[in-house]
Design a protein around this ligand. Structure first.
Ligand code: 13P
Length: 278
């Protein structure tokens, strides 16, 4: 069945667990996520973000994800993360991606509705799922302002008018944190989960403390996006390894780097409650 779309991963709006979305940048990250999916028997999302597209190219990344995901029978989706123009969505769908996120969070509401609606249509025509965003999850700032947090009435209207399968919301997390220290507005999340008819997505999870993640799943988060935390793991593993074993073979270093990232993914799968779901 692999690769599959988000609806085929087994997570639902009512399920008391969340699926992990792990940003991948090259074959080492892809192998690390698929290895953890196998060892944990956990569905997983391989997410292709814009920086990685710049680094490796859209087609090589999607092909590598599709090919490596076929090595396992555990459900794995390949998802485009934070697309901001319709052309890259179209290209990714034509290359066989299974899910796309359109990030119209910086647009005005009507423009976001219009562009997200066309992304949803394109995705569904290809048998893919679509995620939209309402509210703003900033990059690299210290905190999130009240105005950036998701407004429940707008979230309901947005989900109903666009037909998105998943909705990313802003609850206090920030993208790009190298360590965890952030809490979320759990009351706002409860309100959103009660009112919005589709599963909710948490972005910027690297910066969110474990207890808050656990509470967020209880309160309705069903997809959790992790990027920076995994880059930190690989970088610190490799810098230690290259210092301690300067004569080692590079492929052995990279192989052990895959294991280090995979263990970190597995720890997150257990935290998200997605282990042993397949
Ligand atoms: P982090 O880099 O903060 O983990 O955020 C990941 C993310 O939200 C990708 O969409």
């Amino acid at each position: 069945m692999n690769p599959c779309n988000l609806n085929q991963l087994g997570v639902t709006r009512a399920a008391p667990w969340a699926v992990g979305h792990f940003n991948i940048h090259n074959q080492e990250f892809i192998r690390a996520v698929v290895k953890a999916a196998e060892s944990e028997r956990s569905p997983a999302i391989l997410a292709v973000g814009m920086m990685s597209v710049k680094y490796m190219g859209l087609e090589p990344l999607i092909s590598a994800c599709r090919s490596i995901s076929r090595e396992t029978s555990i459900p794995v989706a390949v998802h485009l993360d934070h697309a901001r123009d319709l052309d890259i969505v179209k290209e990714a769908l034509e290359l066989g991606i299974n899910s796309v996120m359109f990030d119209g969070s910086s647009l005005d509401f009507e423009d976001n509705v219009e562009k997200t609606t066309s992304v949803v249509q394109m995705a569904h025509e290809h048998g893919a799922t679509a995620e939209g965003e309402i509210g703003i999850v900033p990059h690299g700032t210290a905190s999130v302002s009240q105005a950036e947090m998701t407004d429940p009435a707008l979230a309901v209207e947005f989900a109903e008018r666009t037909g998105v399968d998943y909705l990313a919301v802003s609850l206090g997390s920030v993208h790009g944190m190298k360590s965890a220290g952030t809490s979320l507005d759990q009351g706002l999340l409860q309100q959103l989960h009660e009112q919005v008819p589709v599963p909710l997505v948490l972005h910027g999870a690297s910066g969110v403390i474990d207890e808050q993640i656990t509470m967020a799943i209880k309160n309705g988060i069903r997809k959790i996006n992790v990027n920076t935390g995994l880059k930190v793991v690989l970088k610190s593993f490799l810098s230690k390894r290259l210092t301690e074993e300067p004569e080692s073979d590079l492929l052995e270093d990279l192989g052990q780097g895959i294991d280090a990232v995979s263990e970190s993914v597995a720890v997150r799968m257990r935290l998200f409650g997605s282990s042993n779901r397949t």
